[in-house]
Ligand binder design. Structure first.
Ligand code: FES
Ligand code: FES
Length: 212
């Protein structure tokens, strides 16, 4: 029988050292961690709702936000993810006629709801009046916040029309007016890092004036 070569001795020495180190590391772990079961699969749930007038049915991890269901599952990437924490408004969509931050809402909460995203408001050939006004009044620069701004702006005008009071109203029993202050206050949850605020307010005023 021939003697083992140097290289095979090296490999077996390395293998012994690695296995020894792994055993030492395992024995250093607390007993409950060593015995931890393999992670279970995430819970999923079917959910059906309407998006931009179309029925959709998905089976989702129950932790999926409405925002991620729109962007990752339905490929509607017009709705943007900014902070993912309810602080920037980039993810604003309209659900059953009211604006919400879709990053703060689980998709499975929306069974049977009607969701409108920027893609459902208008098309390049047939813009919603608010989309057209944003173009006319330069209500954007980079455009990242713009889908959320437009969905919010459309809802804000409806909120004022419906008489929903705001923080800047002197008399909250009176009907709110389409003033610059009202619109700025109601849009304060939509952040624009490019600072297009005054142009956005002008676009909104133009649409509000056309409505009045
Ligand atoms: S991404 Fe939802 S509020 Fe910022
Ligand atoms: S247009 Fe750039 S963040 Fe608003």
């Amino acid at each position: 029988m021939s003697a083992p070569s140097h290289s095979s001795l090296d490999i077996s020495r390395r293998a012994v050292m690695v296995s020894g180190a792994a055993t030492a590391a395992m024995s250093a772990l607390p007993a409950d961690v060593q015995a931890a079961p393999a992670p279970s699969k995430p819970a999923t749930m079917p959910v059906s709702f309407k998006v931009n007038g179309k029925d959709v049915s998905l089976t989702l991890d129950t932790r999926t936000t409405l925002l991620d269901s729109l962007r990752e599952h339905l490929k509607l990437t017009g709705t943007k993810k900014g902070c993912d924490h309810g602080q920037c408004g980039a993810c604003t969509v309209i659900v059953n006629g009211e604006r919400i931050n879709s990053c703060l809402s689980l998709a499975v909460q929306h069974q049977g709801d009607e969701v409108t995203t920027i893609e459902g408001l208008g098309t390049p050939d047939d813009l919603h009046p608010m989309q057209a006004a944003f173009v006319t009044y330069d209500g954007y620069q980079c455009g990242y916040c713009t889908p959320g701004q437009i969905c919010s702006a459309v809802s804000v005008l409806k909120e004022i029309e419906a008489g929903i009071p705001s923080h800047v109203q002197e008399d909250i029993t009176a009907a709110p007016a389409f003033t610059n202050m009202e619109m700025r206050e109601r849009m304060s949850g939509n952040i624009c890092r490019c600072g297009a605020y005054s142009n956005i307010a002008e676009a909104m005023a133009a649409v509000a004036g056309a409505k009045a």
